[in-house]
Write a protein that binds this ligand. Structure first.
Ligand code: PBG
Length: 327
């Protein structure tokens, strides 16, 4: 009788042996929790397409951040939904805008006990729902840069730690870095949505943040999911423009790009597990087709194993309470 030449099952014989051999661990410290805050809202509103996700009134934001922080999650990613939208997205850089108010309120109560990250984009704030300024029938890249820098500086003035540009305009990281530095905000970091793909997985978010484009699509600015070299060029340019953290978005269908970015660059890599990824798991588990907790843990570990140092995920709270129950 011939024996197998290698017995890989030896490392799996017991729980303790499996623990010892375990390579990848996800903890709440790896996670960034999205927070939606809406102007002029009286009570929390459930997001239809994203079970358990809510838009918050400003008054509830500190409670929410407290709950997130108590779970051991080190960072939040703020998204604002303003009452007023216009063609140039002015409410995005208003010093009394909803995001700016939320940032200063959180900073006032939590000081350095949570990393405050904020999305820098225009689509929630423009009447067009596009991520840039429209001139004629085109998104004007360079005019949009000017507005994006104003948003970043206004958030820095409110006390943000990290700005996270997601508009996919060329040169946005360099423009924002320069504007922040010129205003003395040299310690405000940039986590760039570097390779943000033109994805079908964003639709639940557009319901959450009211930012669906009113006409056309985002194909002229977001990266086609067919072109991994182009995604890597985006990462490369953002690093050369001064990004502190680069992000791959979405996560689950883009694990190859997370792994490639990890291998090729020495910079922290974030992955954004987007709304559609969340909705798929929620829908399937509500139908009783998969075990939500098991699938979520597997997805988060896969993203970490691929090379992500941090994960923006709508499962941040639920996964963290599950991990905490275990320990
Ligand atoms: C807007 C923005 C989007 C997401 C984050 N910022 C949507 C889009 O580009 O249409 C998607 C996040 C998600 O789906 O969870 N710039």
């Amino acid at each position: 009788m011939s024996f197998p030449t290698r017995r890989l099952r030896r490392l799996r014989v017991s729980e303790k042996m499996r623990e010892l051999a375990r390579q990848t661990t996800v903890t709440p410290k790896d996670l960034i929790c999205p927070v939606f805050v809406q102007e002029d809202l009286k009570t929390r509103v459930k997001v239809k397409s994203m079970t358990e996700i809510e838009r918050l009134p400003l008054e509830d934001v500190n409670d929410e951040v407290g709950a997130i922080s108590d779970l051991g999650i080190p960072a939040i990613m703020l998204f604002g939904i303003p009452s007023q939208k216009d063609a140039s997205g002015t409410s995005a850089f208003d010093k009394n805008g909803i995001v700016q108010k939320a940032i200063s309120q959180i900073r006032g109560s939590f000081d350095d006990r949570i990393v405050i990250m904020a999305d820098v984009c225009l689509c929630q704030f423009t009447s067009t729902g596009h991520c840039g300024i429209i001139h004629g029938n085109k998104i004007d890249n360079d005019a949009s840069l000017n507005t994006l820098t104003k948003i970043a500086v206004s958030q820095a003035k409110a006390g943000v730690d990290t700005v996270s540009p997601s508009a996919m305009m060329d040169g946005q990281v360099a423009a924002i870095r320069k504007a922040l530095d010129d205003e003395g905000f040299v310690d405000v970091s940039i986590m760039s949505h570097s390779a943000k793909h033109r994805s079908n997985f964003y639709s639940p978010f557009r319901d959450a943040a009211e930012c669906a484009p009113k006409f056309g699509d985002r194909k002229t600015y977001q990266v086609p999911y067919t072109n991994d070299r182009e995604s890597m060029m985006e990462v490369e340019s953002d690093i050369s423009e001064g990004a502190d953290i680069v992000m791959i978005k979405p996560a689950l269908s883009y694990l190859d790009l997370i792994a490639k970015t990890r291998r090729e660059f020495n910079i922290p890599v974030a992955a954004y597990s987007v709304s559609g990824e969340y909705a798929l798991v929620k829908a399937a588990s509500q139908l009783g087709l998969v075990d939500e907790r098991g699938v979520t843990e597997e997805i988060l570990h896969s993203i970490k194993r691929a090379g992500a140092d941090m994960i923006v995920t709508y499962f941040a709270k639920s996964a963290s309470s599950a991990f905490l129950q275990e320990s």
